[in-house]
Design a protein around this ligand. Structure first.
Ligand SMILES: OC[C@H]1O[C@H](O[C@H]2O[C@H](CO)[C@@H](O)[C@H](O)[C@H]2O)[C@H](O)[C@@H](O)[C@@H]1O
Length: 540
């Protein structure tokens, strides 16, 4: 990622440190989302004078005055906007049998209005004054404090848009991502420059596949396959780790300093470390966890005994090989091969089929656990599988990174794992992200929409009687529980995360309040309403 003039305001440096450590906003993200009233240079000059005036020790009130005089409120980079291809009655609504659920489907479709964002022209003309990354087309965002695009969220948002027949909006978002790969060489975690040192689970190729499947616009894949290859290579070149001669991939981030959007929180987490090196190490683990999308979770803890107990000081994200990242990269390679074949480039198609095969073999050799009949993350410090439940243990089934001829055998062990060994089928509000109640947002009892999606698709892909029955049961439970939460007396809300222990409850915990909106929740519910809505009734 090239360096930008506004980096020293939004990404590192004394101004960022002074403002974030003054605790003038409850949510650290508020400040880094504000736009500049003047150029970065002039703002830095003004800041240096301000610090001199107050002997380098301004009070929080003085810092707040400085921020108010130098920055515009967050959100000022957008203009009111309705996606032009929005339709009131997309055909998917006809597939929903229950009238109350059908009305909810219509409400979900209407939420694309509220989540649509278009940048004002000034962002393109004066990008130095903004932390937002300029993109040519409008986007659908997650919602709440998340005013910009998020990489992996967009996979479920794009699928929801496609069911809503908003092909132009979906295609525009894909073009934005392709533009970003061409400009930055990677897709940042989210649409802000302070996110650009890390990515998120690489689902652009999967989004292109979804778009092509729905629209039959095969030319789009043919035209852009080289950009998808470029993104794939970014992951190959920056995330590889070898285990027993196999190349696998993990989450890792290489910039220095705390996460700008959670600066104070990260400084406090690193407080117990004395040396700069230890602190930087801690920041790197936090940022690598953010790259995974699961920030934060005991999934990334390795304590002194090699277990997942402890807290953020035990984060060892970079030393854990995550099942889903490897399963997704396998899928990317397969899809890129498919697109090269469409482009009649059989040499490239073969190259990517070979890459897929290589990842497949590594996943089977290192992550598959024959004893339990499931895949596990791998701990490279203690050289052992991490035998903890995470929905992503099933990700190879979602991306078809498994031997399809062994479906029944795998289905037997996977269903046994879910129903009897981990008992994750027993929760009324969905399958929790882990079984470890740490208070972190990606731990028990929180249930996350993308994970319900991965689990249900995994079971569907096994295509056995038992796995299909469980998939239908979980999809029904998910839809009806989310509907109950939506109809709650506190208002009509879609939440970013839900609660395994409560049918109709919503999630909490972690470093920010539960957010409303919400992009991926809407996308996942729309897809399950499409698939199972002819059977589900609100009284199920
Ligand atoms: O500001 C804290 C963190 O917020 C984001 O993470 C969470 O929200 C994202 C948007 O829905 C989602 O993609 C991610 O999985 C959530 O954990 C952000 O992505 C983090 O990088 C950021 O530090």
């Amino acid at each position: 990622m090239p360096s930008l003039p506004q980096d020293e305001i939004y990404c590192y440096g004394p101004l960022l440190h002074t403002v974030q450590m003054a605790k003038i906003y409850q949510d650290s993200k508020t400040f880094v989302d504000m736009s500049l009233k003047d150029t970065p240079d002039n703002t830095m000059k003004k800041f240096n004078e301000f610090m001199e005036t107050y002997n380098q020790e301004p009070t929080p009130e003085q810092v707040l005055d400085f921020v108010k005089s130098s920055f515009s409120d967050r959100g000022s980079e957008f203009q009111p906007f309705t996606p032009p291809d929005w339709k009131e009655n997309p055909r998917f609504l006809d597939l929903i049998k229950d009238p109350a659920l059908r009305q909810w489907g219509a409400d979900l479709n209407s939420l694309w209005h509220i989540l649509g964002r278009k940048m004002i022209d000034d962002v393109k003309e004066n990008p130095d004054k903004y932390s937002i990354i300029y993109v040519p087309n409008h986007v659908i965002v997650p919602g709440g404090r998340f005013l910009e695009f998020y990489y992996w969220d967009s996979y479920w948002i794009v699928r929801g848009l496609l069911y809503s027949e908003m092909y132009a909006t979906a295609k525009g978002m894909l073009e934005n991502f392709l533009h970003i790969v061409n400009t930055f060489g990677l897709i940042p975690n989210g649409g802000r420059i302070y996110y650009s040192g890390r990515s998120q689970p690489p689902l652009l190729t999967g989004m292109v596949k979804s778009y092509v499947d729905f629209s039959k616009d095969f030319e789009f894949a043919v035209r852009n396959v080289d950009v998808l290859e470029k993104e794939f290579n970014y992951w190959m070149e920056n995330h590889m780790i070898e285990v027993d001669g196999h190349k696998l991939y993990r989450y890792i981030e290489k910039t220095t300093g705390p996460r700008p959007e959670s600066y104070r929180e990260d400084v406090e987490t690193a407080e117990e470390y004395k040396t700069n090196e230890e602190k930087e190490n801690c920041y790197s683990e936090l940022k690598a966890a953010a790259e995974s999308g699961m920030d934060f979770s005991s999934r990334w803890f390795i304590d002194e005994n090699g277990t997942n107990e402890g807290g953020l000081k035990h984060l060892k994200t970079r030393s854990i090989i995550p099942v889903e990242l490897n399963a997704i990269l396998y899928w990317n390679a397969r899809l890129i091969a498919e697109f090269y074949l469409l482009a009649k480039n059989s040499v490239k198609a073969k190259e990517f089929d070979d890459k897929a095969q290589e990842i497949y073999e590594a996943v089977q050799a290192v992550l598959w656990n024959q004893e339990d009949g499931i895949w596990y993350d791998y701990d490279t410090i203690n050289k052992k599988p991490r035998k903890y439940f995470v929905p992503t243990n099933l990700a190879p089934l979602w991306t078809k990174c498994f031997d399809l001829t062994k479906s029944q055998e795998i289905s037997d062990s996977v269903v046994e794992y879910l129903v009897n060994k981990t008992k994750v089928d027993e929760y009324p509000g969905g399958v929790p992200n882990t079984l470890n109640p740490t208070g972190e947002q990606w731990d028990f009892p929180n249930v996350w929409p993308p994970m319900q999606y991965i689990l249900i698709k995994a079971l569907e892909n096994l295509n056995t009687e038992e796995s299909k029955a469980l998939a239908e049961k979980w999809a029904t439970r998910w839809v009806t529980s989310n509907f109950k939460a939506y109809m709650d007396e506190n208002g009509r809300h879609m939440y970013e995360k839900y609660n395994a222990e409560q049918f109709g409850g919503h999630g909490g915990g972690g470093e920010y309040e539960v957010q409303l909106g919400f992009g991926w929740s809407n996308g996942v519910d729309i897809e399950f309403l499409v698939q199972y809505g002819n059977k589900i009734s609100n009284s199920n």
